[in-house]
Write a protein that binds this ligand. Sequence first.
Ligand SMILES: [Zn+2]
Ligand SMILES: [Zn+2]
Length: 646
Amino acid sequence: MIQVTLPDGSIKEMAQGATPMDVAKSISEGLARNVISASYNGTTIETTTTLTTNGTLVLYTWNDVAGKKAFWHSTSHVMAQALEELYPGIKLTLGPAIDNGFYYDVDFGDQKITDADFKKIEDRVLEISREKHEFKMRPVSKAEALAIYKNNEYKTELISNLEDGTITFCDHANFFDLCRGGHIPNTGIIKAMKILSVAGAYWRGDEKNKQLTRVYGISFPKQKDLTDYLELLEEAKRRDHRKLGKELDLFHFSQKVGQGLPLWLPKGAALRDRLEQFLKKAQKKAGYEQVVTPHIGMKDLYVTSGHYAKYGADSFQPIHTPAEGEEFLLKPMNCPHHCEIYNARPWSYKDLPKRYAEFGTVYRYEQSGELHGLTRVRGFTQDDAHIFCTPDQLDAEFKNVIDLVLYVFGSLGFENFTAQVSVRDLDNPDKYIGSVENWEKAENAIISAAKDKGLNYVIEAGEAAFYGPKLDFMVKDALGRSWQLGTIQVDYNLPERFELSYKGADDKLHRPVMIHRAPFGSMERFIAILLEHTAGNFPIWLMPEQAIILSLSEKYENYAKKVLDLLENHEIRALIDNRNETIGKKIREAEMKKYPFMLIVGEEEEKNGTISVRQRGQEGKGNISVTIEEFAAIINEEINKTLKQF
Ligand SMILES: [Zn+2]
Ligand SMILES: [Zn+2]
């Protein structure tokens, strides 16, 4: 008998040679029907692998990431089989699962695959799937594997790098492939499959190598799942922040300025400014002080901080001064500068915590292929702050930061989020700097803060950085995609490296603890996520322009200006469209630009001193005729729905 431990801690006594599927059946038939993959002692195995030693078993279903990966990886085998049948003589290389689906990199030789071929490949994949072939692993000797793939230089290269005795093939139907394992029980559960696209990809990602064709696909256990996924993809395209950024005149990229360096247009700059003011106001109430630091710093600063080791050689190279021979680096992080601000004078424990905040612009080299809109850029502004406190203050500071992050999420319409607490790997204590006592204090502070604030959180052992534990917020957007926003990180490293100190009640010098935190992360990435989450329909308080005044004709220009003045008195941001166009056209364009309110003015309105209000996206409701005062009340009510006081 062997003892199989399950994730809930319960132990199953199983016969030697039982499989994960046997364990699932011993729990319930329902579970056995849904289990599609498994891992034993942390290693992915087949659901049919025989278990011979005691260990910890995790069973995965479609609802688990690991289950989906096994499902998609298995489908890539079936797709490879279909491709080989339809394009004889092609060379298969690698076909892993990815976050959404899978791909297979193929050398098609002289043959070509086009969009028109997708359907016949998909049909063949589903035909094979319906035959319910089991996936079976088999060991193969290195010599044998090399002989089998003698005409495939890619597989030969992969096999050459493997140890003899560790090489396995996976069989299903009459097809085999070099594979480490991790499959679903049989092809029968693949009910829907779609080829999403083809793209060029260099063998092993190296542009010196031959270019292969990467075939991207995705598959599901239900047809409906595929339909939903394709709809989501369409919606994501409509909401792509690069597309919306252009339509809403928010930002621009110029090849002359440089790749990955966004230019903020007036409306985008106003949006950023509003977000900054919003956070500054809340931070002021939370006891932060604003600081300003330069965009460059001496190379030695980053050698001291350790950032040079991380961002040095592979990043932007130092800037040299002509006469003095000084070396400066573009700032990759604000923390070293803030440490030196702390070091500007001595502190007593009574002065702490110090909370320094800065919208600090940093520069990091990213390869051009990695750049993507505002989410991967080379220059970006962090809503950064560093808190310097005593170990005993960590608890309260952490709670304050969580309050601030939750306020930010609430005001911007992110309602669905979870938190991850990353703590030490207790089996590897040498990996971490700082005393065990301090680590325990910090980890307990984070966990108790998360608990206290009612966060839905998980604790991940071994995920902490070497210099301290942290809490990350994972936010789900309107399309169900997860983004990491709002990191709070404890740091014992920089206070050491910069020799930060404060005088304690015992009159001796002590090291403060440092907290890094950024609720938005970076302004660029945050605005990108916000654009895609809201499809450009920002909360009204954030809109660069909250209303547009549409005159029925040029005759009413003076009245339109008078309305604009009155709106400004009520601190409502608006502009006038006084072009000689039909009102229908003006409304359509205003809808496109996502102005929350359209205020129509003509003869009737001028005579009565009113405006005719139309709210975006509420065509059926008809316009309402109100005075400016009444409109100000309407808009303030809308704003107060989302923007609360901190
Ligand atoms: Zn495989
Ligand atoms: Zn920092």
